[in-house]
Design a protein around this ligand. Structure first.
Ligand code: GLA
Length: 386
C-alpha cells in the first residue's frame, strides 16, 4: 500500500505530471494550556506525526486547482486582477491564505493535491495544517522569503478570515514542533522552550468522540470575548493595563468586579496557566501520577468553569478513570467535541480501549477512535526534480 506521501505524488503525476514541491504539514496535540493562548498565556502543545501531505505543480495559466483526496472534493478557480480569489467553495482556508498573501500579480497558478491521516474536525487542527501547508507552499513557489514567524501570523489572520477568532498555538506548533519535544509556548512573547516528553512506559493517547465540532458555529468566539472582558475588568481594578492572567495566582480577589460567568472564565484561565508550568515540572521529574492529576484538574475546570466540554467528552474521561492503567485525561482543543488526551500505560491499551469503545457505543451509538501520539517534527517542504 502506498503511503499518503507516495499517494499524493502518484496522483499528481497521473493528473498533471511530476510535482515540483511536496509539503508535509502536521497536526497538533496539546498536553495542557487550553483556552489560554488568545490571552497571552502558556500552552504545552506538540506537532503530531499525523498530518497532511501536499503535492503541487506550477501551472501555465493563472488557475488554482485544489483537490482533497480525503474528502474527494475538487475546485478550480482564478484570482482577479486585485488579487482576490474567486471562490467560495470548500477551499475557504486556501482562499483566505491567498487573500493574506495579496499576490496580485501571481506569475502562475497551482495544481494541488492534498491527502492525510489527520481526522477532520477532531480538534487536531486539520484546518491550520491546511492553511499553514498552503502558505508554506506559496512561500516556496512564489519566492516570498517569509520566515516561520511571519507565516504563523499570516496563517492566524487567514483563519480569522473564516470566522473563528482563534489563538496562535496551532499554527506556531505546526511551524516549530520538534521530535520528542513539546513546546512551552508563551503566547505573549511568542517564544518557546523545548520540553522533553518521555512518559514511558506510559504514552499519550487521543480518543476521538466522533462528535464533529465546527468552531464557527460553537461559542468559541463568545469565550474569547468573555476572556478579554474579564481581563479588562481585572486590569481596571488593579490599575495595571499590562497585567495578564498568567501573572495572577488566584481569581478570588476579583469576585466583586466580575459577574458569575466572567469569574468562572477567569478562574479557569488563571489556574490553567499555572497547570501548564506545573505540568512542565512534573514531566521533567517523570512524576506521571502528578501529570495525570493535572490533566484531570484541567478537565474539571474546562467542564465547570470554562464550560466548553460536552457529554461525550465527559463520558470518555469518566469511563477511562475506571482503569488503573489510566493516569489522567481531559478534553483537548477548542471543545464541544473532538478528542480527549489521556496518559495510559501502553501495555494493554488496546484491550482497555475495546471496553471503552463498547460502553461509548452503547451510550451514544458512535464508534470512537484511538490514536497513539508522540511529539514529531514540524512542517517541511521538499523540492522534487521534475
Ligand atoms: C482552538 C484554537 C486555538 C486554541 C484552542 C483552545 O484549537 O485554534 O488557538 O484557542 O482552540 O485552547
Amino acid at each position: 500500500m502506498l503511503s499518503n506521501k507516495e499517494d499524493v505524488i502518484e496522483e499528481c503525476k497521473r493528473r498533471y505530471g511530476m510535482p515540483e514541491l511536496v509539503v508535509f504539514s502536521p497536526g497538533r496535540a496539546n498536553i495542557i494550556g487550553e483556552h489560554t493562548d488568545y490571552s497571552g498565556g502558556y500552552v504545552l502543545p506538540f506537532a503530531t506525526s499525523a498530518g497532511l501531505y501536499f503535492a503541487a505543480k506550477k501551472r501555465k495559466d493563472l488557475l488554482f486547482e485544489i483537490t482533497s483526496m480525503d474528502t474527494r472534493e475538487s475546485e478550480i478557480f482564478e484570482i482577479d486582477s486585485s488579487g482576490i480569489p474567486k471562490t467560495t467553495g470548500f477551499t475557504r482556508y486556501i482562499r483566505q491564505a491567498l487573500l493574506q498573501l495579496q499576490v496580485s500579480e501571481i506569475p502562475f497558478g497551482i495544481s494541488l493535491l492534498v491527502k492525510g491521516d489527520l481526522p477532520l474536525g477532531a480538534g487536531m487542527s486539520s484546518s491550520s495544517a491546511l492553511t499553514c501547508g498552503f502558505l508554506a507552499l506559496c512561500n516556496e513557489f512564489y519566492n516570498l522569503r517569509l520566515n516561520k514567524k511571519e507565516l504563523v501570523e499570516l496563517a492566524v489572520k487567514a483563519e480569522h478570515g473564516t470566522g473563528v477568532i482563534g489563538g496562535k498555538m496551532d499554527q506556531y506548533t505546526i511551524f516549530f514542533g520538534e521530535e520528542n519535544k513539546a513546546l512551552l509556548l508563551d503566547c505573549q512573547t511568542m517564544t518557546h522552550d523545548n520540553i522533553d516528553v518521555n512518559v514511558e512506559p506510559f504514552g499519550f493517547f487521543l480518543i476521538n468522540t466522533k462528535v464533529k465540532h465546527d468552531l464557527i458555529d460553537s461559542p468559541y468566539n463568545t469565550r474569547r470575548n468573555q476572556s478579554e472582558l474579564a481581563l479588562q475588568k481585572i486590569q481596571n481594578f488593579e490599575n495595571n493595563h499590562s497585567l495578564l492572567y498568567k501573572d495572577l495566582a488566584s481569581a478570588t480577589k476579583y469576585k466583586k468586579v466580575l459577574d458569575d460567568t466572567l469569574f468562572k472564565r477567569a478562574q479557569h484561565i488563571i489556574s490553567e496557566n499555572q497547570r501548564v508550568l506545573n505540568m512542565v515540572k512534573s514531566l521533567q521529574t517523570a512524576d506521571i501520577n502528578t501529570c495525570g492529576k493535572i490533566l484531570n484538574d484541567s478537565h474539571y475546570s474546562l467542564r465547570h468553569y470554562y464550560e466548553v466540554s460536552c457529554p461525550e467528552l465527559d463520558f470518555l474521561t469518566d469511563i477511562c478513570s475506571e482503569f488503573d492503567d489510566w493516569k489522567g485525561g481531559r478534553m483537548m482543543g477548542g471543545g464541544f467535541g473532538g478528542c480527549t488526551i489521556n496518559i495510559f500505560l501502553k501495555k494493554n491499551i488496546y484491550l482497555h480501549f475495546e471496553k471503552i469503545a463498547s460502553s461509548y457505543f452503547k451510550k451514544f451509538g458512535l464508534v470512537p477512535e484511538l490514536y497513539s501520539i508522540s511529539p514529531s517534527g514540524c512542517l517541511y517542504t521538499e523540492s522534487l526534480d521534475s
